[in-house]
Design a protein around this ligand. Structure first.
Ligand SMILES: [Zn+2]
Length: 419
């Protein structure tokens, strides 16, 4: 379908575009730009633009009145996808190009002899698919782009690959991207991303004596990070290390951009029954293990409302069979870690009845990062609240989690079954 990856063309000319507020204003500066000339034809008409998805995965669709002859390539600093078009007249609604999810900025405009669409990522990403397709209703064509959050290493590999394959006609092969991890990246160390729940405007639960969940989670996560780092064989990151608001999909994005082997989300919620106490380990599932787990997931998923704009969960259309297979494998890893974690915690801290539970937590939905959510205890229980503030208790709990990570990491890295 004429999708030439152009490695060299335009790299020099694109630099100044970085700073362009509006590419249209700069057309004179780009007269030397060597896009394919369609000067003799009427300009292509771009008749619409849509984006769907979130910070982990996006689908972008741009409609045209006839088949566009395009080239695309990646640029770094910041991470961008550039689509070169023949001269195009853009009839695009400004609302539709507002930053959203993984796309931090959308710009388009005329370069004199051709036009360009530039998508700036919120950090590194991979282009899973880029197709020019005929519209089903027979009216025109569309460019459909699927992109997902990826690590800087993965982005740079795609960039290097495009430099080697000037004129290549294929979009990034999905299989080559999602298979990355310990196997294809020998320098990779087992990577843990710790996610302190809530933050900023979203305080989370409040304890009987006024303890705020977002502070407990950050304090505990910081201790856990130090313990894990002290082992010396892991890379450890946190989704936040200060009191700031983070959307749930941004937490997942950060885990993916670090190529995490494990995401541990830390919480300490409340429950209406004050007598209930103890730690719980949750994994993701479509069907909740019990009504309490469902209620908790619903509550946690409300976090995004603090962002003022909730992005509806429209990722379903972006998924495919390959992702489903990976998700299944990831799910097995998540279950296995949750099991190990419950075992380790049971020797040091009190657990709730049936401590391994599941529900539809958004923060656990990375398709390729094994993820668990740990409720350390209930702030609605006076004893739990006191424990959560106790340095000895916290260090015991953090050590148990560290032990579980060690068992999981050696099993996963040892068998080379990671991903
Ligand atoms: Zn919480």
């Amino acid at each position: 379908m004429g999708l030439a990856g152009t490695a060299n063309k335009g790299h020099g000319a694109a630099g100044p575009l970085l700073h362009a507020v509006c590419a249209l204003l700069l057309m004179a500066a780009f007269l030397a730009f060597s896009a394919v000339s369609h000067a003799t034809e009427a300009p292509l008409g771009a008749t619409g633009y849509k984006m769907a998805g979130d910070a982990t995965k996006m689908r972008i669709v741009m409609n045209f009145d006839r088949e566009p002859d395009i080239k695309w390539f990646l640029l770094r600093g910041p991470n961008r996808l550039v689509v070169d078009l023949p001269r195009t007249r853009f009839a695009i609604n400004a609302r539709d190009v507002k930053a959203r999810g993984l796309v931090k900025a959308v710009r388009y405009g005329d370069l004199g002899q051709g036009s360009r669409l530039i998508l700036t990522g919120k950090g590194p990403f991979s282009v899973d698919k880029l197709d020019v397709l005929k519209n089903d209703d027979g009216k025109g064509y569309r460019i459909a782009i699927d992109m997902s959050a990826a690590s800087a290493r993965e982005f740079d590999a795609a960039l290097a690959n495009q430099a080697l394959t000037t004129g290549s006609t294929v979009s990034t092969d999905k299989g080559s991207r999602v298979g990355t991890g310990p196997i294809s990246n020998p320098g990779h160390r087992f990577t843990v991303v710790i996610d302190p729940g809530h933050g900023g405007i979203d305080g989370g639960a409040e304890g009987l004596h006024g303890t705020i969940e977002k502070n407990v989670t950050l304090a505990f996560a910081t201790e856990l990070r130090e313990r894990l780092a002290a082992v010396g064989s892991y890379d450890v990151f946190m989704t936040r290390d200060k009191d700031e608001f983070l959307r749930l999909d941004d937490r997942v994005r950060i885990a993916r951009q670090h190529e995490a082997d494990l995401l541990i989300s830390i919480h300490a919620d409340t429950i209406s029954v004050k007598g209930i106490r103890g730690a719980t380990v949750y994994t993701v599932s479509d069907k909740a293990s019990d009504p309490e787990a469902q209620a908790l997931a619903d509550r946690e998923n409300l976090s995004d409302q603090f962002a003022g704009m909730e992005i509806k969960d429209d990722n379903k259309e972006v998924t495919d069979i390959l992702i489903d297979l990976i998700r299944r494998e990831t799910h097995n890893f998540s279950m296995s870690f949750a099991h190990t974690l419950v075992g380790q915690l049971s020797t040091s801290v009190g657990l709730i009845n049936n401590p391994q539970r599941s529900a539809g937590f958004k923060v656990l939905k990375a398709p390729d990062v094994p993820s668990v959510l740990v409720e350390l205890g209930y702030l609605s229980n006076a004893k739990d609240e006191a424990q959560l503030l106790d340095a000895d208790w916290r260090s015991k709990a953090a050590q148990s989690i560290t032990n579980a990570v060690a068992l999981f990491a050696s099993a996963k890295m040892g068998t080379g079954a990671g991903g």
